[in-house]
Design a protein. Sequence first.
Length: 54
Amino acid sequence: MSTATWIIIAVIGFIISGIYFIYKSAQKFNLSKEQLAKINQRNKELEQQEKEND
């Protein structure tokens, strides 16, 4: 194989491994039911405000 082919394979490998690393290191949110309820309530309030402003 030519040098260009190896470079392309290496670049694709770096891209895939970078995406995989970011995927694995992403933190999940562990919200309690109370926190989730507050978020949902706040979203409803914001939607109502947006409707009133339009």
